[in-house]
Design a protein around this ligand. Structure first.
Ligand SMILES: Cc1ncc(C[n+]2csc(CCOP(=O)(O)OP(=O)(O)O)c2C)c(N)n1
Ligand SMILES: [Mg+2]
Length: 622
């Protein structure tokens, strides 16, 4: 079949399907893009042709194109989409050469860190070098085969550059293999030189036949299950930590059964929150640096930690201070050998659902005490008071979170990524559904919120999607509001104005750095940013991008605004100002952020003493 490389890429992508548990869906549901000279006539023409005629020559199979406003934003949208689809479907992203492509690198890193499949198609410099150096080409005197796209290599799980059409079939197959493999997945980058995109070649017809990628549920090695089960049977105080892998594997029912039958308390990570509903009898909330005090006390004393589908980020382990029992042992169920082996664990390399189902019978009916339930009930009283604290004159962020949480129906989704909200959310949010809590905390990338929410809503239009966004994150990346408006995609954006970085401000203060350089204010007489607030109106800004805007002053306004936003049929921004210094309950935990060993400032010296003391609790798990 004679096609250009661009046409072959599009036709191939439109014919790929994933299948798990007998359910098929399109692997690549569509293509985000921003055109420039690198892709407008190559991939761009192929997408146009697909839109006009159907990619595979039919009316039903197609690769819909979505014009984004920023290349980083479109990769965030693809990552949000993929997470919402439990990694069984994603989007492709086409960018022009040079800055269009390198704008995607942050998105690629986010996807790879979070183990989310995204397919990136950065355009590249001429293969023939006919017009070299083309506009935006990096000239490297050491080698002519280096381009800016080589910067994708460390943040991609598969990377290739298609210098010749003959390379395309094997590259496409490798790309799809990695995208659909739960153990390997992440950003996949295929660089497409702009001349090669337009070059015609006689491709084998079989390349474009419908292809179904089976997404495996690898089962555990029986010996590994027996060894792990023995460790758990001999435990006295086990704690299970549910990570994102439980949700991707759709293992909530198996986890529920495992927890009910054994009595083992279940804590969760940022990616795993909602694996069990917050009011499940075994739920003890988030664990680690931003976890609940209940879970953290259980973690401190536990003799066996069962990590399911978690990669043990430093927030989860509280920078390796969370687990203090001197004899603590780990049992990990993970589809990735790399994660299963962490903390010198007894590893079960398996899909979370398969692994839990195999481990449960091997425990021979062993049951553990459930005394922790008293602490959970007390903790829920503390959450209620944080949600309704009546802070004044400006409301507290915890009350905003409470209002959004109480406005959410079970299937609604909350999206966040960076600032003070991820911590407050992990501590306080009550999740009723495995897909309700979408906090991107692998890369914690400011600016993910609105762009990610766009992808999430595209993945499941039947759910209301609330993007909670701080003023800092909003200023970094709000432009996908325009994309959502043009696509007619409804989002609810809750814009929390606190004039700067509440998060890093508080962190700075706790580390002796006096909130230096973290507020959005005029530069004052001292030279610091301690002057008056800036004449910035983010609500007006959102309005100017085409959003409906509801301005709120009080929590009562906010509750009403959220109700109206929910009833609205278009993107609505609900704006509220909060007190950046408002309180939240303590996690009774720690995060390792080094304080200077020597300093002229007494604030830093005092913080270093506290740091040294906390650091003594840090350990290896060997
Ligand atoms: C792209 C990016 N740059 C920098 C950071 C470091 N950082 C983490 S939180 C934060 C401030 C976030 O401000 P805002 O969105 O207003 O949230 P707030 O802290 O006020 O809750 C910064 C700069 C980051 N996470 N991501
Ligand atoms: Mg802020």
């Amino acid at each position: 079949m004679k096609l250009t490389v661009g046409q072959a890429v599009v036709r191939f992508l439109a014919s790929q399907w994933t299948e798990r548990d007998g359910v098929e869906q399109r692997t690549i549901a569509g293509c985000f893009g921003i055109f420039g000279h690198g892709n407008v006539a190559g991939i761009g023409q192929a997408l146009l042709q697909a839109q006009r005629t159907g990619a595979a020559g039919t009316d039903t199979v197609d690769l819909p194109y979505h014009l984004a406003r920023n290349e980083q934003g479109m990769v965030h949208a693809a990552a949000g989409f993929a997470r919402m689809k439990n990694r069984l479907s994603t989007m492709a992203c086409t960018a022009s050469i040079g800055p269009g492509s390198t704008n995607m690198i942050t998105g690629a890193a986010l996807a790879t860190v979070n183990r989310l499949p995204v397919l990136l198609l950065p355009s590249d410099v001429f293969a023939t070098r006919a017009a070299s150096p083309v506009l935006q080409e990096l000239e490297d005197p050491r080698s002519y085969d280096i381009s800016v796209n080589d910067a994708f290599r460390p943040v991609s799980r598969f990377f290739d550059r298609i210098w010749r059409p003959e390379q395309l079939p094997s590259a496409l197959l490798a790309a799809l293999r990695v995208l659909t493999d739960p153990a390997e997945t992440g950003a996949v980058t295929l660089c497409l030189p702009q001349d090669v995109q337009a070059e015609a070649y006689d491709f084998p017809d079989a390349l474009f036949a419908k292809r179904v990628w089976h997404v495996a549920r690898p089962v555990a090695e029986p010996v590994a299950v027996q060894r792990a089960a023995e460790v758990i049977r001999n435990a006295e105080r086990p704690l299970l930590i549910a990570g994102g892998g439980v949700i991707y594997s759709e293992a909530s029912a198996e986890l529920d059964q495992f927890a009910r039958l054994t009595g083992i308390p279940v804590a969760d990570t940022q990616a795993g929150k909602g694996a069990l509903s917050w009011d499940h009898p075994n739920s003890v909330g988030g664990v680690g640096a931003t976890g609940t005090p209940v879970a953290n006390r259980l973690a401190r004393d536990a003799d066996v930690i069962i990590g399911v589908g978690t990669r043990y980020s430093d927030f989860t382990t509280a920078s390796r201070t969370a687990f203090r029992n001197p004899d603590v042992k780990f049992v990990n169920i993970n589809v990735t050998g790399f994660d299963a082996a962490k903390q010198s664990a007894f590893p079960i390399v398996a899909d979370a659902r398969a692994g839990l189902s195999e481990l449960l019978p091997a425990l021979d009916g062993k049951q553990f005490p459930t005394g922790y339930r008293v602490g959970v009930a007390e903790w829920q009283v503390a959450v209620d008071s944080a949600y309704h604290m009546g802070h004044s004159p400006l409301p507290a962020q915890a009350e905003v979170i409470g209002a959004v949480n109480e406005a959410c129906a079970a299937r609604d989704v909350v999206v966040q990524a960076a600032g003070s909200m991820p911590g407050d959310l992990q501590l306080l949010w009550r999740s009723n559904d495995p897909k309700q809590y979408h906090v991107e905390y692998g890369y914690s990338c400011m600016g993910f919120e609105i762009a990610g929410a766009l992808g999430i809503k595209m993945a499941d239009p039947s759910r209301e999607v609330y993007a909670l966004v701080g003023d800092g994150s909003y200023l970094m990346m709000s432009q996908e509001i325009v994309t959502a408006v043009s696509e007619g995609i409804k989002l609810i954006v809750v814009l929390v104005q606190n004039h700067g970085f509440a998060s890093i401000g508080a962190l700075s203060e706790s580390l002796g750095s006096q909130r230096f350089g973290t507020s959005y204010r005029y530069r004052g007489a001292t030279g610091d940013y301690d002057g008056g607030y800036l004449p910035v109106d983010l609500a007006a800004n959102a309005e100017s991008l085409g959003a409906s805007v509801i301005r709120c002053r009080t929590i009562a306004d906010l509750r009403d605004g959220l109700k109206r936003a929910r009833e609205a049929d278009r993107l609505t921004v609900v704006h509220i100002e909060t007190d950046p210094l408002s309180p939240v309950p303590s996690s009774e935990s720690w995060w390792d952020v080094p304080v200077p060993e020597i300093s002229d400032l007494s604030s830093t010296q005092a913080a270093r003493e506290v740091y040294d003391a906390a650091k003594r609790d840090q350990r290896h798990y060997l």
